[in-house]
Design a protein around this ligand. Structure first.
Ligand code: PLP
Length: 419
Protein backbone atom coordinates (compact mmCIF):
# COMPACT_ATOMS: atom_id res chain seq x y z
CA UNK A 1 0.00 0.00 0.00
CA UNK A 2 1.51 3.33 -1.01
CA UNK A 3 0.82 5.57 1.96
CA UNK A 4 3.69 7.61 3.35
CA UNK A 5 3.73 6.65 7.04
CA UNK A 6 4.90 10.06 8.39
CA UNK A 7 2.27 12.05 6.49
CA UNK A 8 -0.45 9.45 5.93
CA UNK A 9 -0.68 10.75 2.36
CA UNK A 10 -0.48 9.01 -0.98
CA UNK A 11 2.20 9.72 -3.62
CA UNK A 12 -0.26 11.59 -5.89
CA UNK A 13 -0.93 14.03 -3.04
CA UNK A 14 2.72 14.36 -2.05
CA UNK A 15 3.62 15.15 -5.68
CA UNK A 16 1.58 18.35 -5.59
CA UNK A 17 3.09 20.29 -2.70
CA UNK A 18 5.26 18.19 -0.37
CA UNK A 19 8.51 19.75 0.84
CA UNK A 20 7.57 23.40 0.40
CA UNK A 21 6.26 25.78 3.07
CA UNK A 22 4.66 28.95 1.60
CA UNK A 23 5.52 30.79 4.83
CA UNK A 24 9.19 30.44 3.88
CA UNK A 25 8.60 32.66 0.83
CA UNK A 26 6.12 35.49 1.55
CA UNK A 27 3.13 33.13 1.25
CA UNK A 28 3.85 32.40 -2.41
CA UNK A 29 1.73 29.37 -3.34
CA UNK A 30 4.50 28.16 -5.61
CA UNK A 31 8.12 27.76 -4.61
CA UNK A 32 10.20 30.64 -5.94
CA UNK A 33 13.32 30.09 -8.05
CA UNK A 34 16.34 31.07 -5.97
CA UNK A 35 18.65 32.24 -8.75
CA UNK A 36 21.81 32.61 -6.74
CA UNK A 37 25.19 30.95 -6.67
CA UNK A 38 26.02 31.79 -3.06
CA UNK A 39 24.39 32.53 0.31
CA UNK A 40 25.07 35.24 2.94
CA UNK A 41 26.04 34.13 6.46
CA UNK A 42 24.46 36.15 9.28
CA UNK A 43 27.69 35.89 11.34
CA UNK A 44 31.16 34.38 11.25
CA UNK A 45 30.21 31.81 13.89
CA UNK A 46 27.16 30.82 11.88
CA UNK A 47 29.38 30.34 8.81
CA UNK A 48 31.61 27.97 10.79
CA UNK A 49 28.61 26.07 12.20
CA UNK A 50 27.13 25.59 8.74
CA UNK A 51 30.39 24.21 7.33
CA UNK A 52 30.80 21.90 10.31
CA UNK A 53 27.27 20.59 9.83
CA UNK A 54 27.75 20.08 6.09
CA UNK A 55 31.17 18.46 6.05
CA UNK A 56 31.38 16.69 9.43
CA UNK A 57 27.69 16.03 10.03
CA UNK A 58 27.99 17.54 13.53
CA UNK A 59 27.44 20.96 15.10
CA UNK A 60 24.41 23.11 15.92
CA UNK A 61 23.22 23.52 12.32
CA UNK A 62 22.76 19.79 11.58
CA UNK A 63 19.33 19.11 10.14
CA UNK A 64 18.70 22.73 9.22
CA UNK A 65 18.67 23.77 5.59
CA UNK A 66 21.33 26.46 5.76
CA UNK A 67 23.07 27.00 2.49
CA UNK A 68 26.65 27.77 1.60
CA UNK A 69 27.00 27.70 -2.18
CA UNK A 70 24.59 26.36 -4.80
CA UNK A 71 26.85 23.50 -5.93
CA UNK A 72 26.52 22.07 -2.39
CA UNK A 73 22.79 22.64 -2.23
CA UNK A 74 20.11 25.31 -2.72
CA UNK A 75 16.48 25.75 -1.64
CA UNK A 76 14.99 24.46 -4.92
CA UNK A 77 17.12 21.33 -4.65
CA UNK A 78 15.98 20.79 -1.04
CA UNK A 79 12.33 20.94 -2.05
CA UNK A 80 12.81 18.74 -5.10
CA UNK A 81 14.82 16.11 -3.22
CA UNK A 82 12.29 15.97 -0.39
CA UNK A 83 9.50 15.57 -2.91
CA UNK A 84 11.25 12.88 -4.97
CA UNK A 85 11.90 10.89 -1.79
CA UNK A 86 8.30 11.30 -0.59
CA UNK A 87 6.86 10.18 -3.93
CA UNK A 88 9.13 7.12 -4.07
CA UNK A 89 8.53 6.28 -0.39
CA UNK A 90 12.25 6.62 0.39
CA UNK A 91 14.14 8.23 3.28
CA UNK A 92 16.05 10.69 1.10
CA UNK A 93 16.70 11.82 -2.46
CA UNK A 94 19.41 13.49 -4.55
CA UNK A 95 18.96 15.30 -7.85
CA UNK A 96 21.55 15.58 -10.63
CA UNK A 97 21.93 17.50 -13.89
CA UNK A 98 20.91 14.43 -15.97
CA UNK A 99 20.01 10.78 -15.64
CA UNK A 100 23.52 9.84 -16.79
CA UNK A 101 25.03 12.19 -14.17
CA UNK A 102 23.07 10.16 -11.62
CA UNK A 103 24.26 6.83 -13.08
CA UNK A 104 27.89 8.03 -13.25
CA UNK A 105 27.68 9.23 -9.66
CA UNK A 106 26.57 5.80 -8.47
CA UNK A 107 29.43 4.13 -10.34
CA UNK A 108 32.05 6.57 -9.08
CA UNK A 109 30.76 6.57 -5.50
CA UNK A 110 30.42 2.82 -5.01
CA UNK A 111 33.04 1.21 -7.29
CA UNK A 112 36.78 1.07 -6.71
CA UNK A 113 39.44 -0.48 -8.98
CA UNK A 114 39.06 -4.26 -8.98
CA UNK A 115 35.34 -4.22 -8.10
CA UNK A 116 32.70 -5.69 -10.37
CA UNK A 117 29.11 -5.00 -11.35
CA UNK A 118 26.33 -6.91 -13.09
CA UNK A 119 23.65 -5.39 -15.30
CA UNK A 120 20.98 -6.60 -17.68
CA UNK A 121 20.96 -6.40 -21.44
CA UNK A 122 19.40 -4.64 -23.24
CA UNK A 123 20.00 -1.54 -21.14
CA UNK A 124 20.07 2.17 -21.88
CA UNK A 125 22.98 2.78 -24.32
CA UNK A 126 24.67 5.33 -22.04
CA UNK A 127 24.63 2.92 -19.10
CA UNK A 128 26.02 0.14 -21.30
CA UNK A 129 28.85 2.48 -22.30
CA UNK A 130 29.46 3.56 -18.70
CA UNK A 131 29.92 0.01 -17.40
CA UNK A 132 31.54 -1.61 -20.43
CA UNK A 133 33.74 1.14 -21.90
CA UNK A 134 34.36 3.88 -19.32
CA UNK A 135 34.45 2.15 -15.94
CA UNK A 136 36.82 -0.66 -17.15
CA UNK A 137 39.38 2.10 -17.81
CA UNK A 138 39.33 2.66 -14.03
CA UNK A 139 39.87 -1.04 -13.33
CA UNK A 140 36.33 -2.27 -12.64
CA UNK A 141 34.55 -5.09 -14.48
CA UNK A 142 31.02 -5.72 -15.73
CA UNK A 143 29.10 -8.90 -16.52
CA UNK A 144 25.64 -8.99 -18.10
CA UNK A 145 22.59 -11.16 -17.60
CA UNK A 146 20.23 -11.50 -20.58
CA UNK A 147 17.04 -12.54 -18.83
CA UNK A 148 16.43 -10.73 -15.56
CA UNK A 149 13.66 -13.16 -14.64
CA UNK A 150 15.87 -16.26 -15.02
CA UNK A 151 17.55 -17.08 -11.73
CA UNK A 152 20.23 -19.29 -13.34
CA UNK A 153 21.17 -16.59 -15.86
CA UNK A 154 21.48 -13.85 -13.22
CA UNK A 155 23.42 -16.17 -10.92
CA UNK A 156 25.83 -17.03 -13.76
CA UNK A 157 26.47 -13.31 -14.38
CA UNK A 158 27.11 -12.83 -10.66
CA UNK A 159 29.61 -15.73 -10.67
CA UNK A 160 31.43 -14.30 -13.70
CA UNK A 161 31.59 -10.90 -12.01
CA UNK A 162 32.76 -12.26 -8.64
CA UNK A 163 35.51 -14.27 -10.33
CA UNK A 164 36.99 -10.92 -11.40
CA UNK A 165 36.49 -8.97 -8.20
CA UNK A 166 34.09 -8.13 -5.37
CA UNK A 167 30.54 -7.60 -6.66
CA UNK A 168 29.45 -4.14 -5.53
CA UNK A 169 26.51 -3.17 -7.72
CA UNK A 170 23.55 -5.03 -9.22
CA UNK A 171 22.01 -2.77 -11.86
CA UNK A 172 18.48 -3.50 -13.02
CA UNK A 173 16.74 -1.40 -15.63
CA UNK A 174 13.15 -2.57 -15.68
CA UNK A 175 11.35 -2.49 -17.97
CA UNK A 176 14.48 -2.18 -20.10
CA UNK A 177 15.10 0.26 -22.89
CA UNK A 178 14.06 -0.27 -25.71
CA UNK A 179 12.34 -3.68 -25.66
CA UNK A 180 10.52 -3.41 -22.30
CA UNK A 181 12.26 -6.62 -21.11
CA UNK A 182 11.48 -7.12 -17.43
CA UNK A 183 13.81 -7.74 -14.49
CA UNK A 184 12.60 -9.46 -11.31
CA UNK A 185 13.52 -7.07 -8.48
CA UNK A 186 12.78 -9.58 -5.73
CA UNK A 187 15.25 -11.95 -7.42
CA UNK A 188 17.90 -9.20 -7.53
CA UNK A 189 17.45 -8.53 -3.79
CA UNK A 190 17.71 -12.27 -3.04
CA UNK A 191 20.91 -12.61 -5.06
CA UNK A 192 22.35 -9.53 -3.35
CA UNK A 193 21.66 -11.18 0.04
CA UNK A 194 23.37 -14.42 -1.01
CA UNK A 195 26.37 -12.64 -2.51
CA UNK A 196 26.57 -10.57 0.65
CA UNK A 197 26.80 -13.73 2.79
CA UNK A 198 29.60 -15.08 0.61
CA UNK A 199 31.58 -11.88 0.18
CA UNK A 200 31.04 -10.43 3.63
CA UNK A 201 29.54 -7.27 2.13
CA UNK A 202 26.28 -7.01 0.26
CA UNK A 203 26.14 -5.44 -3.21
CA UNK A 204 23.68 -2.59 -3.67
CA UNK A 205 20.66 -3.22 -5.86
CA UNK A 206 20.14 -0.19 -8.10
CA UNK A 207 17.01 0.11 -10.20
CA UNK A 208 16.57 2.40 -13.18
CA UNK A 209 12.86 3.17 -12.93
CA UNK A 210 12.78 5.63 -15.85
CA UNK A 211 10.51 3.68 -18.19
CA UNK A 212 7.55 3.24 -15.86
CA UNK A 213 8.20 6.18 -13.54
CA UNK A 214 7.34 6.59 -9.86
CA UNK A 215 3.62 5.82 -10.03
CA UNK A 216 3.52 2.67 -12.14
CA UNK A 217 6.39 0.89 -10.35
CA UNK A 218 7.59 1.50 -6.77
CA UNK A 219 11.06 -0.10 -6.43
CA UNK A 220 11.80 1.17 -2.90
CA UNK A 221 8.69 -0.63 -1.62
CA UNK A 222 9.98 -3.75 -3.42
CA UNK A 223 13.16 -3.68 -1.33
CA UNK A 224 15.83 -2.21 -3.64
CA UNK A 225 18.60 0.00 -2.25
CA UNK A 226 18.63 2.86 -4.75
CA UNK A 227 15.95 3.96 -7.20
CA UNK A 228 17.25 6.02 -10.12
CA UNK A 229 14.98 7.96 -12.48
CA UNK A 230 15.92 10.00 -15.52
CA UNK A 231 13.67 12.97 -14.72
CA UNK A 232 14.25 14.07 -18.31
CA UNK A 233 11.63 11.55 -19.38
CA UNK A 234 8.17 11.07 -17.80
CA UNK A 235 8.78 13.19 -14.70
CA UNK A 236 9.88 16.23 -16.73
CA UNK A 237 7.32 15.14 -19.27
CA UNK A 238 7.61 17.92 -21.85
CA UNK A 239 10.97 17.20 -23.59
CA UNK A 240 12.33 20.55 -22.38
CA UNK A 241 14.83 19.70 -19.62
CA UNK A 242 17.45 17.19 -18.49
CA UNK A 243 17.64 15.96 -14.89
CA UNK A 244 18.16 12.79 -12.86
CA UNK A 245 17.04 11.67 -9.41
CA UNK A 246 18.14 8.96 -6.98
CA UNK A 247 16.20 7.95 -3.87
CA UNK A 248 17.02 5.49 -1.08
CA UNK A 249 18.28 5.18 2.48
CA UNK A 250 19.67 8.35 4.01
CA UNK A 251 23.25 7.14 4.46
CA UNK A 252 23.50 6.08 0.80
CA UNK A 253 22.06 9.37 -0.44
CA UNK A 254 24.35 11.35 1.89
CA UNK A 255 27.45 9.81 0.31
CA UNK A 256 26.15 10.52 -3.21
CA UNK A 257 25.45 14.14 -2.26
CA UNK A 258 28.90 14.57 -0.73
CA UNK A 259 30.57 13.30 -3.92
CA UNK A 260 28.29 15.50 -6.02
CA UNK A 261 29.71 18.54 -4.24
CA UNK A 262 33.12 17.78 -5.75
CA UNK A 263 31.98 16.56 -9.16
CA UNK A 264 29.65 19.53 -9.52
CA UNK A 265 26.84 17.61 -11.21
CA UNK A 266 23.99 18.91 -9.05
CA UNK A 267 20.73 20.17 -10.57
CA UNK A 268 20.55 23.96 -11.04
CA UNK A 269 17.82 26.20 -9.47
CA UNK A 270 15.83 26.81 -12.64
CA UNK A 271 15.67 23.17 -13.73
CA UNK A 272 14.86 22.09 -10.17
CA UNK A 273 11.84 24.40 -10.32
CA UNK A 274 10.78 23.05 -13.73
CA UNK A 275 10.92 19.47 -12.46
CA UNK A 276 8.92 20.40 -9.35
CA UNK A 277 6.23 21.85 -11.57
CA UNK A 278 6.14 18.80 -13.81
CA UNK A 279 6.02 16.34 -10.89
CA UNK A 280 2.61 17.70 -9.88
CA UNK A 281 0.94 16.22 -12.96
CA UNK A 282 3.11 13.23 -13.89
CA UNK A 283 0.54 10.67 -12.69
CA UNK A 284 -2.25 12.23 -14.77
CA UNK A 285 -0.09 12.59 -17.88
CA UNK A 286 1.20 9.05 -17.71
CA UNK A 287 -2.30 7.60 -17.28
CA UNK A 288 -3.39 9.17 -20.58
CA UNK A 289 -0.16 8.24 -22.36
CA UNK A 290 -0.54 4.64 -21.18
CA UNK A 291 -4.14 4.45 -22.42
CA UNK A 292 -3.00 5.77 -25.82
CA UNK A 293 -0.08 3.32 -25.86
CA UNK A 294 -2.41 0.36 -25.41
CA UNK A 295 -4.48 1.48 -28.41
CA UNK A 296 -1.40 1.96 -30.57
CA UNK A 297 0.11 -1.38 -29.50
CA UNK A 298 -3.12 -3.20 -30.35
CA UNK A 299 -3.22 -1.56 -33.78
CA UNK A 300 0.38 -2.58 -34.50
CA UNK A 301 -0.06 -6.14 -33.22
CA UNK A 302 -2.79 -6.74 -35.77
CA UNK A 303 -0.95 -5.09 -38.70
CA UNK A 304 0.37 -7.47 -41.42
CA UNK A 305 3.64 -5.54 -41.86
CA UNK A 306 4.52 -5.80 -38.17
CA UNK A 307 6.47 -8.88 -37.07
CA UNK A 308 6.04 -8.32 -33.35
CA UNK A 309 5.28 -5.87 -30.55
CA UNK A 310 7.13 -5.98 -27.24
CA UNK A 311 4.54 -4.28 -25.04
CA UNK A 312 4.20 -5.22 -21.38
CA UNK A 313 0.43 -5.39 -21.67
CA UNK A 314 0.81 -8.36 -24.08
CA UNK A 315 2.97 -10.60 -21.86
CA UNK A 316 1.45 -14.07 -22.19
CA UNK A 317 -0.54 -15.43 -19.27
CA UNK A 318 1.47 -18.14 -17.47
CA UNK A 319 4.90 -16.84 -18.60
CA UNK A 320 7.62 -16.04 -16.06
CA UNK A 321 7.74 -12.43 -17.30
CA UNK A 322 3.98 -12.07 -16.78
CA UNK A 323 4.23 -13.39 -13.24
CA UNK A 324 6.93 -10.80 -12.44
CA UNK A 325 4.99 -8.05 -14.17
CA UNK A 326 1.83 -8.82 -12.16
CA UNK A 327 3.81 -8.79 -8.93
CA UNK A 328 5.93 -5.73 -9.66
CA UNK A 329 4.23 -3.27 -12.03
CA UNK A 330 0.99 -1.36 -11.66
CA UNK A 331 0.69 -0.48 -15.38
CA UNK A 332 2.23 -1.30 -18.76
CA UNK A 333 3.81 2.10 -19.50
CA UNK A 334 3.73 3.98 -22.77
CA UNK A 335 7.15 3.23 -24.27
CA UNK A 336 7.56 -0.02 -26.18
CA UNK A 337 9.13 -1.44 -29.31
CA UNK A 338 7.78 -3.05 -32.42
CA UNK A 339 9.58 -4.96 -35.12
CA UNK A 340 8.81 -4.63 -38.81
CA UNK A 341 9.10 -7.49 -41.27
CA UNK A 342 12.32 -6.57 -43.07
CA UNK A 343 15.24 -4.44 -41.89
CA UNK A 344 16.68 -0.96 -41.99
CA UNK A 345 15.37 -0.06 -45.46
CA UNK A 346 11.76 -0.89 -44.54
CA UNK A 347 12.10 0.91 -41.19
CA UNK A 348 13.55 4.04 -42.78
CA UNK A 349 10.78 4.13 -45.43
CA UNK A 350 8.15 4.03 -42.74
CA UNK A 351 9.85 6.63 -40.51
CA UNK A 352 10.29 9.10 -43.37
CA UNK A 353 6.57 8.96 -44.13
CA UNK A 354 5.35 9.87 -40.63
CA UNK A 355 3.67 13.28 -40.46
CA UNK A 356 2.60 13.61 -36.83
CA UNK A 357 4.96 11.39 -34.85
CA UNK A 358 8.36 12.97 -34.45
CA UNK A 359 11.54 11.14 -35.33
CA UNK A 360 13.68 11.72 -32.24
CA UNK A 361 15.39 9.90 -29.41
CA UNK A 362 14.14 10.32 -25.82
CA UNK A 363 10.79 9.34 -24.38
CA UNK A 364 8.15 10.32 -21.87
CA UNK A 365 7.29 13.71 -23.38
CA UNK A 366 3.81 15.00 -24.20
CA UNK A 367 4.44 14.36 -27.92
CA UNK A 368 4.84 10.93 -29.51
CA UNK A 369 8.45 10.15 -30.43
CA UNK A 370 9.74 7.29 -32.53
CA UNK A 371 13.25 6.13 -33.39
CA UNK A 372 15.10 3.26 -35.06
CA UNK A 373 17.03 1.69 -32.17
CA UNK A 374 19.97 0.06 -34.01
CA UNK A 375 20.97 3.26 -35.84
CA UNK A 376 20.29 5.75 -33.00
CA UNK A 377 19.97 4.97 -29.27
CA UNK A 378 21.85 1.66 -29.53
CA UNK A 379 24.21 2.66 -32.35
CA UNK A 380 27.29 2.32 -30.13
CA UNK A 381 26.29 -1.14 -28.85
CA UNK A 382 27.99 -3.90 -30.94
CA UNK A 383 25.49 -5.69 -33.26
CA UNK A 384 25.83 -9.11 -31.60
CA UNK A 385 25.05 -7.57 -28.20
CA UNK A 386 22.11 -5.69 -29.73
CA UNK A 387 20.82 -8.96 -31.18
CA UNK A 388 21.21 -10.72 -27.83
CA UNK A 389 19.11 -7.95 -26.31
CA UNK A 390 16.33 -8.46 -28.86
CA UNK A 391 17.05 -5.42 -31.06
CA UNK A 392 16.83 -6.23 -34.79
CA UNK A 393 17.38 -3.93 -37.81
CA UNK A 394 13.61 -3.61 -38.01
CA UNK A 395 13.13 -2.58 -34.37
CA UNK A 396 11.63 0.81 -33.60
CA UNK A 397 10.98 2.34 -30.22
CA UNK A 398 7.83 4.31 -29.72
CA UNK A 399 7.13 6.68 -26.83
CA UNK A 400 3.41 7.37 -27.05
CA UNK A 401 2.32 10.86 -26.01
CA UNK A 402 -0.85 12.76 -25.25
CA UNK A 403 -2.23 13.38 -28.76
CA UNK A 404 -5.64 11.98 -29.71
CA UNK A 405 -5.41 8.23 -30.21
CA UNK A 406 -7.21 8.31 -33.59
CA UNK A 407 -4.66 10.79 -34.99
CA UNK A 408 -1.77 8.61 -33.82
CA UNK A 409 -3.16 5.46 -35.40
CA UNK A 410 -4.01 7.25 -38.66
CA UNK A 411 -0.42 8.51 -38.90
CA UNK A 412 1.04 5.04 -38.35
CA UNK A 413 -1.40 3.46 -40.81
CA UNK A 414 -0.46 5.80 -43.67
CA UNK A 415 3.27 5.41 -42.94
CA UNK A 416 3.06 1.61 -42.85
CA UNK A 417 1.49 1.76 -46.31
CA UNK A 418 4.88 3.01 -47.57
CA UNK A 419 6.77 -0.08 -46.41
C1 PLP B 1 17.23 8.57 -20.85
C2 PLP B 1 17.59 7.47 -19.95
C3 PLP B 1 18.71 7.57 -19.12
C4 PLP B 1 19.63 8.76 -19.15
O1 PLP B 1 19.00 9.93 -18.72
P1 PLP B 1 19.46 11.40 -19.23
O2 PLP B 1 18.60 12.30 -18.41
O3 PLP B 1 19.21 11.46 -20.70
O4 PLP B 1 20.91 11.53 -18.91
C5 PLP B 1 18.98 6.51 -18.29
N1 PLP B 1 18.21 5.42 -18.25
C6 PLP B 1 17.12 5.29 -19.03
C7 PLP B 1 16.30 4.06 -18.95
C8 PLP B 1 16.78 6.30 -19.92
O5 PLP B 1 15.71 6.16 -20.71
Amino acid sequence: MSIDPPTGLRPETLAVAFGYDPQSASGSVKAPIYMTSTFVYPSAQHAKDVHEAYFDGTGPQVGQSNHIYSRLGHPGLDILEARLAAIDGAEAGAAFCSGMAAHSSIALTYLRPGDSVIHGRPIYGGVDMLYNTIIPQYGSHAAAYLDGTDEADVRAAAETAMARGPLKLIIAETPANPTAAIVDLALMARIADEVGERQGHRPLVVVDNTLLGPFAQRPIELGVDLCLTSLTKYCGGHSDLLAGGITGRRELIDSLRMMRTTWGNHLDPYTSWLVLRSLESVHVRTERAMANARGVAEFLRDHPKVAGVTYLGFLPEGSRQREVYDRQCKAAGSTFSFHLHGGEAEAFRMLDRLRLMKLAVSLGGSETLICHSASTTHYAVPPEQRGAGGITDGTMRLSVGLEHIDDLIADLAQALDAV
